[in-house]
Design a protein around this ligand. Structure first.
Ligand code: ADP
Ligand code: MG
Length: 322
C-alpha cells in the first residue's frame, strides 16, 4: 500500500543519487548497452534515464510500480544466488510514492506503453509506438514529502553524489556506454568498449590512468583484479577506492582496510591510494540483502579474501616500486 511504500522510500530514496542508482541498476539488469542519464537541478527537478534494454510489456509496466513486483527472483533459492543488481522489487514503488513519473517502455514485440504516475497513483496508461527499451522520467522529487525535501543539501552537493555514483556504475560496467548530463551539459561519457582503465581515464583523466598499475590474484573461491595508483598518486580521501563484487559497486570497511594495509606496508600511514578492485566469486558466497539500498555486503570466507587482496596489491606495488 501507499503508506508502506512511503516508509520504504525513506530507506531507499535518500536523495537524487539514490533514485539514479535504482533506475540505472534496473537498466543494467535489463541488459542495456547504452544508458543515458539527464538531470535538471541536480535531479531534484528531473531525472531521466533512457536505455536500450529489454523493456517491459504493457502489463509489466504497470505492475513494476507495485511493491514486491520483481521479475528477478522467482523463489527463495534465487535469493541466495543473486546475479542481478535489483531483487527486492520495491525501488520503483518507493520512488513512485514520492515523485511524479513518466515511463515509456517497449519490449520490441508488443506495442509500447506509456504510464504516468503521481505520488504512487496511476494517472494514465496508454499504448505508444516505440523502439525497444525504457525511458523513465522522475520529476519533482519529494513534492509530497516536504520534510524530506528540506534535508537536501545544495545543488552542488547533490550533483556531486550523483556524479560519484555514475562514475562507479560506469567503472563497474565498462561494457556499457554511459552518458550523464546536467541541463544538457555532458559530465561523463564512456564508450562501452569494455576496457575498465579507459573508463577510469574518462573519469580521472589520461594522465592518472597511465600511472595506474594492475594487479590480479585468485584463491579457491575468489578472483580479484584491478588497478592501484603508484605511491606518488595519493589522495586525501577514501572516496578514490572503488570496490566491485560480481559487477556490483559495494562498500566494505573490511576490504577498504585490507587495501590500505597493503599500501601502508610500503607507504607512510596517512597517504591513501586510488584503487579499483574487482572481486568475482559464486554469488552464494555474498549477501547483499543486508540493507534496502543493497550497498553493504557480507562475504563468506572473508579472512581468506582479505589476504588475497592484500597479497595481490602488495605484489603489484613491490614489482613497481622496488
Ligand atoms: P527490482 O529491480 O528489485 O526487481 P524495481 O522496483 O527496481 O525492482 O523494478 C521492478 C521491476 O520493473 C523489475 O523487476 C523489472 O522487471 C522492471 N523494470 C524496471 N526498470 C526496468 C528497465 N529499465 N528495463 C526493463 N525492466 C525494468
Ligand atoms: Mg531495481
Amino acid at each position: 500500500d501507499l503508506l508502506s511504500n512511503k516508509i520504504a522510500a525513506g530507506e531507499v530514496v535518500e536523495r537524487p543519487a539514490s533514485i539514479v542508482k535504482e533506475l540505472v541498476e534496473n537498466s543494467i539488469d535489463a541488459d542495456s548497452t547504452i544508458i543515458e542519464i539527464a538531470l535538471e537541478e541536480a535531479g531534484l527537478m528531473k531525472i531521466r534515464v533512457t536505455d536500450n534494454g529489454k523493456g517491459m510489456s504493457s502489463v509489466d509496466a504497470v505492475q513494476s510500480f507495485e511493491r514486491h513486483a520483481t521479475s528477478k527472483i522467482m523463489n527463495e533459492h534465487d535469493l541466495f544466488r543473486i546475479r542481478t543488481l535489483g531483487f527486492r522489487g520495491e525501488a520503483l514503488a518507493s520512488i513512485a510514492s514520492v515523485t511524479k513519473i513518466n515511463l515509456w517502455t517497449s519490449d520490441g514485440e508488443t506495442t509500447g506503453t506509456e504510464v504516468h504516475i503521481e505520488g504512487g497513483h496511476l494517472i494514465s496508461h496508454k499504448s505508444a509506438a516505440l523502439r525497444k527499451g525504457t525511458d523513465i522520467t522522475v520529476s519533482q522529487l519529494f513534492y509530497n514529502t516536504p520534510a524530506r525535501l528540506k534535508y537536501m543539501k545544495t545543488i552542488q552537493t547533490e550533483l556531486g553524489h550523483t556524479i560519484g555514483l555514475v562514475n562507479r556504475l560506469a567503472l563497474s560496467h565498462p561494457e556499457i556506454a554511459f552518458k550523464l548530463t546536467h541541463y544538457s551539459q555532458t559530465i561523463l561519457q564512456t564508450s562501452g568498449s569494455g576496457d575498465q582503465l579507459r573508463v577510469f581515464s574518462d573519469i580521472y583523466g589520461i594522465g592518472l590512468a597511465k600511472k595506474m598499475i594492475s594487479f590480479e590474484g585468485s584463491n579457491a573461491d575468489y578472483k580479484v583484479s584491478g588497478y592501484v595508483s603508484l605511491p606518488e598518486q595519493t589522495r586525501a580521501s577514501r572516496n578514490y577506492i572503488t570496490l566491485m563484487v560480481n559487477g556490483r559497486w559495494v562498500k566494505s570497511y573490511a576490504i577498504d582496510r585490507a587495501i590500505l594495509d597493503a599500501f601502508h606496508t610500503y607507504l607512510p600511514i596517512g597517504r591513501l591510494p586510488i584503487a579499483i578492485v574487482n572481486i568475482v566469486g559464486d554469488p552464494i558466497l555474498t549477501d547483499v540483502n543486508v540493507h534496502p539500498s543493497k550497498q553493504q555486503i557480507r562475504m563468506s570466507k572473508e579472512g581468506e579474501l582479505l589476504s588475497l587482496i592484500q597479497e595481490a596489491i602488495g605484489q603489484a606495488i613491490r614489482q613497481n616500486v622496488i
